[in-house]
Design a protein around this ligand. Structure first.
Ligand code: NAD
Length: 336
């Protein structure tokens, strides 16, 4: 079997995890990564024998003992598909400058606007839409989390109006530039962008979202109120969620009462980088009043989109079996 040749552009929070994930897939080969400038991440990649390709005119690598494998142009030429993990808005520039002229398939991340790609993607919701596409956008961590659980509720009970509030981490753990460190910062535009973003994947869901940032780096937390067409049943829903891929039920009775304990659980499971790519829902925090369903969930922002990128690669390269792709990805990444 010929392996899919994957290049990763941008080796930050998401990029380095996508690289690890690609290297674990039997049907994929990592051609290399782009290096923007020398730093400790590049040093780690170099130690792992990952070829580093650089952009024209920027090279502080050789003076730091790393010989680049070539230029970013060379890397993109060699790849079948490029996973763009650069900061938001840079993906759009890269598309115009490199991917379109070189006729290369590319995956973008949730920081880009939806119109950068032909479709927005969450594997367990709309894998089929991505089959054979040239440009796909893996939606943001928050949107991925919302979509995974809402799809289950919609399939079981039919969704009416959904309200969701995102309590977002202020920064990623390694980020020294963002905050807040002593404030709750509401998003003062309604709806927050998450609602319209969910509709790029679950096209018929009527959702309105609000959001705020708080002083934590670990995870996001979501509070959801979904009006359902049929009366939800808590027991049945828990049972269904337990058997849904990429969703993990956590319980206060096992002393998982917070995002801190979820992250500790991930470390105890010996997850790579302490990651929790599954959406976590608290079993005890699912409630029903008439046809109204309420639940609380937590999203590990650094890792939830990683399996999505792997499935997007397969779908775009023509692999048609969604369930099989999800199974292959989960197995390689040790995801439930
Ligand atoms: P990051 O800042 O951690 O990493 C970006 C990487 O791109 C860095 O290695 C940087 O050196 C490199 N880079 C910077 N400018 C570049 C350029 N012009 N060309 C090539 N590389 C460049 O960013 P991130 O948090 O990994 O985010 C990447 C994308 O993923 C964004 O669209 C973001 O919205 C999305 N996303 C982030 C998170 C998260 O919580 N961090 C979660 C889901 C989705």
């Amino acid at each position: 079997m010929e392996k899919i040749k994957v290049a990763v552009n941008g080796y930050g929070t998401i990029g380095k995890r996508v690289v690890d994930a690609v290297r674990l897939q039997k049907d994929m080969e990592l051609v290399g990564i782009t290096g923007h400038s020398y730093n400790f991440r590049m040093e780690v990649a170099h130690d792992c024998k990952i070829p580093i390709y650089i952009f024209d005119g920027e090279n502080d690598f050789e003076e730091n003992g790393i010989k680049p494998a070539g230029s970013a142009d060379d890397l993109f030429d060699e790849a079948d598909i490029i996973v763009d993990c650069t900061p938001k808005k840079i993906g759009k520039e890269n598309k115009e400058k490199y991917y379109i002229p070189k006729k290369k398939k590319a995956i973008f991340q949730g920081g880009e606007k939806p119109d950068i790609a032909q479709i927005s993607f969450v594997a367990q919701c709309n894998y089929k839409e991505a089959i054979g596409k040239d440009y796909v956008r893996v939606v943001s961590c928050n949107t991925t989390g919302l979509c995974r659980a809402l799809k289950v509720v919609d399939d079981l009970y039919g969704l009416g109006l959904v309200h969701a509030t995102m309590i977002r981490r202020g920064a990623d753990p390694g980020d020294i530039f963002h905050g807040p460190i002593n404030a709750i910062v509401p998003v003062l535009e309604l709806p927050s962008h998450h609602g319209p973003d969910v509709q790029t994947v679950l096209h018929n869901v009527n959702i309105f979202t609000t959001a705020m940032s708080v002083s934590t780096t670990l995870m996001h937390c979501h509070s959801i109120h979904a009006e359902c067409k049929k009366t939800p049943n808590v027991k049945d829903l828990i049972e269904k969620l337990k058997h849904t891929t990429r969703i993990r039920m956590v319980r206060t009775s096992e002393r998982v009462r917070s995002t801190a304990e979820i992250m500790e659980l991930a470390r105890d499971l010996s997850r790579s980088r302490g990651d929790m790519p599954e959406l976590c829902l608290w079993e005890e925090a699912i409630g029903v009043s008439g046809k109204n369903l309420f639940y609380l969930q937590a999203v590990h922002q650094e890792s939830i989109v990683v399996p999505e990128n792997i499935d997007a690669i397969r779908a775009m390269m023509g692999f048609k079996d969604a369930e099989k792709s999800i199974e292959m990805t989960n197995k390689a990444l040790n995801v439930k």
